[in-house]
Design a protein around this ligand. Sequence first.
Ligand code: ZN
Ligand code: ZN
Length: 319
Amino acid sequence: MVITPREQGLKVAKAIETMDPQIREQANQANRELATKQHQEFKEKFAKGICWHCNKPLTSFDAREPCPHWLLKPEGFEKKHMEVLTERYSWEVLDNFLRWVANEEVFAQNINDLVDEGTGKIAEVTIKYKNLQWSFSCGGNDLSGHEGGGELSKRPHYHFQMYVDDKPFIRYNDFHLPLHTMDVALLEAKRANPKIYKRIVGGAGMAEILHEGNLENIVEHLRSGDGADEVTAPFKMDTFIVAEPGKPMKAEDVQRLMLEARAEGVTFAKKARQMKNVNVTTVVSAGPGVIEQKVRSGRGRKQLRDQDRAWREQQKRKD
Ligand SMILES: [Zn+2]
Ligand SMILES: [Zn+2]
């Protein structure tokens, strides 16, 4: 009996879903410990210019030995090598490696996996490191397989884009790259329940930072920028204060809190909560320092997002 990657992936997804919660938690714990150790090793080697996967210099290239570090574009790596690389290594492995790399430059801001900034695909992410940018994209049709790209597009696959010095090196429509079993399992689980989110030790992107459960933490503990680093800010916080009916709000109270927040180095959002007889709403979103998602299609959302960012800039200038 031949079992397709899709069937295999669905089986794994089902097995994980129906696993005894206690056993699943133990497995997760063991995985996290292993990943923490591996991430530490990665960091040590990366600092010395050595690849965690193959133990060779990150600048080395051997066409007979595919390795995720090829995506750092050592001399000799060309577009045509992409297929042999992705036959050997899954999306999961490549994504994890690139996330670790990106976080060596700046934490989380180089990884835009925010659902709000994508185009509604099952999984979309753009990752940056120095002059390199990689994007992965998988929509429902890709996961199920679609016509239009020969046999390769009929199997579960994803699309990949790579920019070097802001110029395209690999384009989304160049390849239909194979999803491996665990990729299919995770993506099928996500398709069934879009809220499923896999934490990657050492590979946190903006989705994890701006996760619902983390927002309170940001408002409470973030130190407010002094203005000088606004271009690189990972967050944008908009706080709306609305007076309760019949209870006017004093402008000087708001101003005083703003000054206090600045003096104490805490966020205004945190200070605003001390006000009486008002409703305070804070919206936390990705700041201007976050890499933009290079989306595959559906320009609409990107434009909206750009407009939104432009609008915020305008508001800032008005202040
Ligand atoms: Zn390597
Ligand atoms: Zn496709």
